[in-house]
Write a protein that binds this ligand. Structure first.
Ligand code: PLP
Length: 347
């Protein structure tokens, strides 16, 4: 097992911080019906008149059982974007510390670094879209706090090799965030099972993609209890609203439906990939472990426009580093996929 001194990575002001204590944190109940006159709420029951559970224990217990971990290893955020922002704010001192990201990758890491006044050290992926471990290790200094690895990666779609991720986890003394937004579509295993061996590992997942709940905004961090405690210390007390907690719990109690949807998406992806192979203006189809596929075409602007004229909206990723003339296509329903295939073949 790796040892790291998590506390030495934390910003001084966060170490000193005494966090906000919300009304419902200040007592313990024994399951009696309490009369709540403590939070200045409106007492008339509408289902949403009370503040939500700040620690979302019911939902966390559900996730903990699903994943075979404990609730104290889970932090929930208003989308992964909040989770990522909280990580930066716990560990990275504005105008001093730096993070490492690996473009082409998810655009939010860079935006969040800028918002938090952090230097974003970019180490571009190799030509087969893998982390350039040698360069990453070279660029680390004593102010490098977090390395963001997105696997499967957005927008390229591929997973990073286990060997590359392990090497970074082993060599780096800061926090390694593995963003697994697309893990449920992947053939690779989650890094969750490695969290005990690597106390510097934070796994970020979301209900926005495979779980079909982008609209309720629920992102998840899995990490050591030590790291989760730090994140809890600075999170907005009521960051996950009642509706989100309720809808998430209901859907997670029906995992079969979600699994069927994932299977259908993967099936459509396989069908689409075969067709893409035969479209003349598509120069390259990149390996995908996600619910989208990145393709290189002859003229991305033209092809994007042609699809738009047929009411199909995809993403032009041409301006991303290493993605010249690349388009990213999300896998839709079977019917949407059939229509897309028809359009692609006619263009
Ligand atoms: C879509 C996506 C997310 C999800 O963000 P949410 O805020 O949870 O909706 C996170 N990371 C990556 C790489 C993504 O592509």
């Amino acid at each position: 097992m790796k040892t790291i001194d998590t506390n030495s990575l934390v910003r001084e002001n966060i170490k000193r911080l005494k966090s906000y204590s919300s009304a419902r944190d200040e007592f313990e109940t024994k399951n009696e019906t309490m009369i709540f006159l403590d939070a200045n709420e409106n007492p008339f029951d509408t289902g949403v008149n009370r503040y939500p559970d700040p620690l979302q224990l019911q939902l966390k217990n559900k996730l903990a059982t699903m994943k075979g971990i404990t609730a104290s290893e889970i932090l929930l955020g208003n989308g992964s974007d909040e989770v990522l922002d909280l990580l930066l704010r716990v560990f990275c001192e504005p105008n001093q510390d730096n993070i490492i990201t690996l473009p082409p990758t998810y655009g939010m890491y860079k935006v969040l670094a800028e918002i938090n006044a952090l230097e974003n050290r970019e180490v571009v992926l190799t030509s087969d879209y893998q982390p350039n471990v040698e360069q990453i290790l070279k660029i680390i200094d004593n102010r490098t706090k977090i390395i963001f690895l997105c696997s499967p990666n957005n927008p390229t779609g591929n997973s990073f090799s286990e060997k590359n991720i392990l090497e970074i986890l082993n060599q780096f003394q800061g926090i390694v965030v593995v963003d697994e937004a697309y893990i449920d579509f992947s053939t690779q295993e989650s890094w969750l099972k490695k969290r005990k061996q690597y106390p510097n590992l934070v796994i970020v997942q979301t209900l926005s993609k495979a779980y079909g709940m982008a609209g309720i905004r629920l992102g998840i961090a899995y990490a050591s209890t030590e790291i989760i405690t730090l994140l809890n210390k600075i999170k907005p007390p009521y960051n996950i609203n009642i509706q989100t907690q309720k809808i998430a719990l209901d859907k997670l109690n029906n995992l079969e439906i979600i699994q069927n949807e994932i299977n259908a998406i993967i099936e459509s992806k396989v069908t689409l990939l075969k067709v893409l192979d035969s479209v003349k203006w598509i120069a390259e189809i990149y390996p995908t472990d996600a619910n989208f596929v990145l393709i290189k075409v002859d003229n991305a602007t033209l092809r994007y426009q042609q699809l738009l004229e047929k009411r199909i909206v995809i993403r032009n990723r041409s301006s991303d580093f290493g993605c010249e003339n690349c388009l990213r296509i999300t896998i839709g329903t079977k019917e949407e996929n059939e229509y897309l295939i028809d359009v692609l073949q006619k263009i």
